[in-house]
Write a protein that binds this ligand. Sequence first.
Ligand code: FAD
Length: 404
Amino acid sequence: ALNGQKHWQPAWRDPEPKAHYDIVIIGGGGHGLATAYYLAKVHGLKNIAVLEKGWIGGGNTGRNTTIVRSNYRQKPLHDLFEFGLKLWHNLSDELNYNVMFSPRGAMFLGHSDADMVKLAERGDAMRCDGIDADLMTRDEVAKLEPLLDMSRSARFPIEGGLIQRRGGTARHDAVAWGYARGADSFGVDIIQKCEVTGFVRDGDAVVGVETTRGRIGAGRVGICVAGHSGHVAGLAGLKLPVESQTLQAMVTEGVKPMINSVIMSQSLHCYISQSDKGGIVFGGDPDNWPSYAQRGHPMVMEGAIAQGLALVPALSRLRMVRTWSGVTDMSFDGAPIIGETPVRNLYLNGGWCYGGFKATPASGWTYAHTLATGSPHALNAPFALERFMRGATIDETGTGPMPN
Ligand code: FAD
């Protein structure tokens, strides 16, 4: 930056849109870019475009709190997220781009006997599906995180925890940039400032998209727009079982290492980690009303801060430097939707609620398979949109840091 970025080489091209692509992906977040990367790399398809209305990674990919884990309760989610976690462990090598994956451990806290029973059950379910999970005593939690308030008089006393040691964090921007550079190197056109405003139909099939940069023909179209899933699917006449809600996060000034793992509390609806720059990253509940605003309500922010301070009182000495929010597409069962839609040639990847960052590699891998072959990968077959019609929902309510 000292030379004003004068001689920097762009990491990907800035192409003009072509008249037609075999596959058009709507949304240049991590999921869309990963999908394009695997379409090109694994399936050998080259005539692909990613259309992004703003700039790549400017959506939830660049706004999330970067937690990566696979500590769910049900087998379909275990299989999907664990597949993703395994990809995370090798992602920097795969992309030749440092995504700063840091498996520092993702720990849920238990604040009562009932909490501990629930954590034990979850750990058992994980281990049955071959995923690591260790139940922790109070002393073990205190040893890992000495700054937690472990006093018996704490508002929410800590009785123990459940840790997935291979979980952790990754650098979210790098994930978008790494996949973008990789996809571009295979010939994928990444087209920014290109909003999809409608679909071109031929009978019951989609054959292209209308955009702010003109009409673009497509063999298949994949929606991958996170919090805008409902809106974009609506352009094709679909009403999705999702609701867009704002989720906030915030970060303090940078300090020396003081939080060693990712700390999550379902009872307090709060999670805390320390970024590689030293800032303490907080998150809490979504603003529980529908919104497309990329800013949150101070009341919810205040709640998350109060909860964080109840867990780690020393945080009260730090200054908050930034807050932000993103628009999440909350599905009705808390699980994602990946697969075909009732409109021919139109596919959907969405409904990730507040937990899709960790799935980025798995989401891209399975969606690429679906778009390339026209049928689901074994890992995303349970996440079909039509599960809501069959009543075959995958109810994961309460398995994130916050209940849905
Ligand atoms: P995005 O990055 O949002 O990409 C979608 C893109 O589509 C956007 O860039 C948008 O501009 C574009 N788009 C929308 N409409 C159009 C259109 N009409 N035409 C063209 N482009 C369009 N998940 C975790 O696993 N761990 C976490 O710790 C975590 N923390 C979170 C904290 C916050 C504050 C938020 C908001 C989310 C968090 N998430 C977390 C969720 C996670 O960020 C998302 O589930 C995931 O990033 C969604 O997929 P994506 O990356 O492709 O979405």
